[in-house]
Design a protein around this ligand. Sequence first.
Ligand code: MEV
Length: 328
Amino acid sequence: MTRSSAPGKVYLFGEHAVVYGEPAVPCAIERRARVGVERRDDDKLRVHAEDLSLDGFTVEYGGRTDDRPDVDVSESLIEAAMGYVDEAIAQVREVTDEPAAGFDVTIESDIPLGAGLGSSAAVVVAAIDAATRELGVTLPREELADRAYRTEHAVQEGQASRADTFCSAMGGAVRVEGDDCRPLASPELPMVVGFDGGAGDTGALVAGVRSLREEYDFAADTVEAIGDVVRNGEDALAAGDLDELGRLMDFNHGLLAALGVSSRSLDEMVWAAREAGARGAKLTGAGGGGCVVALDPTAETETALRYLPGCEDAFRAELADEGVKRLE
Ligand code: MEV
């Protein structure tokens, strides 16, 4: 039995635009997915998941999802979760050259699914790491990030950047532009996350931005403008200038809203944070529902979000310096 954990993340800047080659800066946060893997003596895959905001499910199957788990949660969330595990195991079989390896996989996660905190990337990174080690192969973090990216790329039908998976494997703040991925030095950031209890459909949201971008030159310009915000954001991060970081996060949120990926509850949380004195606030991840991230060294934003009717949870997010952790 091997166990690995990997962190979720927030985007300080650059989601969606990163899919079209603009830079992005995600930061890993101390909310983790933990995956335990045990080799079976047949070629089957059994997955048991807890705390995925799915009430827990267990499913056993011999190949692609041919059994439906009997739980009362959205079919699309189950399918999404199973699709990621399936493809992660396909990557493991390929990289270890063990095409017939079967596994019992147990997943626990304190990252809500589809909420913009990188739940799927964290599960995929931890699953690939634990399953390869179970077969006696320890991948360097960069290769682990690459295999996790291939998993997301396959499941999301080519609509994925390397940002989520690289950040989860490496930890800390990172910069991703196309295939160029590198760690970034970051000061300790006073990040507060607000969660509306909902989830967005990453594939549909990415497809929506893609069609806007194809239809309107000004939507393509908006995507490029996000790239400019990110480049300015990198300078502000290097200088540790919280006021400038906040201003740029506000700008980034406005551009994402123009691309149609915000929602009423995300906008309400962003405004509650700003009115509480946050230096800046924006949605994080694919949008449509889920989480916002704000910068506030005081307790005001967290308190304001807790009292906001549309906010289900608010918490301070510590930067996770370590990406994947090898637990057993
Ligand atoms: C989703 O967490 C972030 C997006 O930019 C998609 C991606 O980068 O793969 C919307």
